[in-house]
Design a protein around this ligand. Structure first.
Ligand code: GLP
Length: 241
């Protein structure tokens, strides 16, 4: 790394740009321990304050993470999830060349709770499946998803049959095409239970997503509450004026 003290570009900014470049081109691999503030300060003959500012900014931007008593490390690159297309978790991972898998936490067939009757356009006493799954990418937990699916669209779903994509299963069962969805996104922090399932710490940032998904005929077939890891996901959408 080279710091030009004569440059009008502030030194903290030069350090940031240098480190970002090394992270992006892979010179600094994920989970690498980077030198301490003191080491950087000595190496470049600059103040620790300047180094601290650069490193703090990079932590805030998600390039680095700190571990108490251990130091500062390079973050893994976040998944960039476009918000335009309607895809399943399995399809997303396939597109990234990763292996999608699930750990089934809960599988219940029950009467649709009152608050979901209008959402799923169901009548009193209609049955739904409630599935809670941890979704994994190359065996690393990414999200917890709790899906509510009317019985009518999932036929005789069993734990054993729910091995892969629920979207694939539903389209095969019904012969209908999945077409569009409505999503609400919120920032949140992981509860004890969520942190445990996602292998993160309690209070870490997560993204809460509520999705209602419809077939081409505008009939809703699922309501899903998802909790995505904030350290692994970045949601991207484009806007036009
Ligand atoms: C994504 C969505 C969920 C949806 C799931 C289906 O993860 N956030 O709302 O239920 O995909 O995934 P799959 O078909 O792989 O089970």
């Amino acid at each position: 790394m080279f710091i030009d003290k004569q440059s009008p570009i502030p030194m903290y900014h030069q350090i940031m740009e240098n480190l970002k470049k090394q992270i992006e081109d892979g010179t600094l691999a994920p989970d690498t321990l980077i030198p301490s503030e003191r080491e950087y300060a000595e190496r470049f003959g600059i103040s620790r304050m300047t180094v601290r500012q650069a490193l703090s900014n990079l932590v805030n931007e998600g390039y680095l993470y700190r571990q108490k008593g251990k130091g500062t490390f390079v973050s893994r690159k976040k998944f960039e999830q476009p918000l335009q297309g309607l895809t399943s978790f399995t399809e997303d991972m396939r597109q990234r060349g990763l292996k999608a898998s699930s750990q089934l936490i809960d599988f219940t067939k029950t009467v649709c709770p009152d608050h979901l009757l209008p959402v799923l356009q169901l009548a009193n006493d209609d049955a739904i499946y409630e599935l809670k799954r941890i979704r994994l990418a190359n065996d690393e937990p990414m999200a917890i998803e709790t899906s509510y699916i009317p019985e009518a669209f999932a036929g005789d779903l069993t734990r054993e049959r729910l091995t892969g994509s629920i979207y694939e299963y539903i389209e095969t069962q019904t012969g209908l095409t999945i077409a569009h969805a409505k999503q609400e996104l919120e920032a949140n922090v992981a509860s004890n239970e969520e942190a445990h399932m996602l292998s993160i710490s309690t209070g870490d940032p997560v993204l809460s997503i509520a999705r209602t998904t419809y077939f081409q005929n505008d009939i809703p077939f699922e309501y899903v509450l998802s909790v995505y890891r904030g350290d692994r996901y970045k949601l991207i959408h484009t806007m036009e004026r």
